[in-house]
Design a protein around this ligand. Structure first.
Ligand code: ZN
Length: 271
């Protein structure tokens, strides 16, 4: 847990009431938040950003939403969804931390998609829109890294495999609880390649907002504590450019959301 600019070991500070497995804390999220608010926390230690890994290392379900910003739907050649959001999965083995390397699959066209990531804090089934945010543990920055050839290869197209290579689901740099935001429904998000801004959007432009998504997804399936929702990407992905542009070895990929922080990854060729 980050307190100010220092790191507090939750397991130690809670006398082992909460363990050191970050994923397990979502099972007891309300209890954890109450403890964090009431406990007298130690001063903590200086920490190195390279220590940080995904704040949700092993979710049982990772849902991802396609075409959830109007301009991105247009650049991808689709009509904006009206009735229901298109949903796919990123298989959880693709989850990675906020910093490090992303390995390009050989022969692929690998693209960037900065996204607001929602982490579920309570079991959610048939949740009303107006109560939906109370089921959210917090937000993080995510990248829905996508290998477009495999994504488009099947008939009908299936998104999940092309978006689930190792390292294709970086999340971080930490989870931010919703009380930290002035307006959790309006955050600026952006992505840069080698310092050049390629995506810039605001989450208020989501076609299906976070409360809408939690409500609609939970209308069918059961959302479990620690599950992850990638909420969709704004315009500016490489596929939408003329000519298309994809990630190359040596690129530095930066993904940022206002009030949360940034991810930084170096793109490398397979060894
Ligand atoms: Zn996406």
């Amino acid at each position: 847990m980050i307190v100010g600019s220092r790191a507090v070991d939750v397991s130690q500070a809670s006398d082992r009431r909460f363990g050191s497995n970050a994923q397990a804390v979502y099972e007891r999220w309300d209890e954890f938040v109450d403890w964090a608010h009431e406990a007298t926390l130690p001063y903590g230690v200086e920490y190195d950003a390279s220590w940080l890994q995904s704040p949700v290392p092993a979710p049982r379900q990772v849902l991802a939403i396609g075409l959830n910003y109007r301009e991105h739907a247009t650049e991808a050649g689709f009509a904006a969804p009206a009735a229901e959001p298109p949903v796919f999965t990123k298989f959880p083995s693709c989850i990675a931390g906020p910093y490090g390397e992303i390995v390009l699959p050989p022969g692929g066209d690998t693209d960037w998609e900065v996204e607001l990531v929602v982490v579920v804090g309570r079991r959610a089934h048939r949740v009303d829109v107006d109560k939906a945010l109370s089921y959210v543990a917090g937000y993080a920055v995510g990248q829905d890294i996508s290998e477009r050839r495999l994504q488009m290869a099947a008939v009908p197209p299936q998104f999940s495999l092309g978006k689930s290579f190792p390292g294709f689901g970086p999340i971080g740099p930490w989870l931010v609880t919703l009380d930290e935001f002035k307006d959790p429904n309006d955050l600026e998000l952006s992505c840069a390649v080698d310092g050049e801004q390629v995506q810039l959007g605001r989450t208020r432009d989501l076609i299906f907002s976070v409360p809408e998504l939690v409500s609609r997804l939970s209308a069918g399936l059961v959302l479990l504590p620690g599950d992850v929702i990638f909420t969709g990407t704004p315009s500016g992905v490489g596929l939408g450019r003329r000519p298309p542009r994809f990630l190359r070895p040596g690129n530095e990929l930066m993904s940022r959301i206002e009030g949360i922080g940034e991810l930084r990854h170096r793109i490398v060729a397979e060894a």
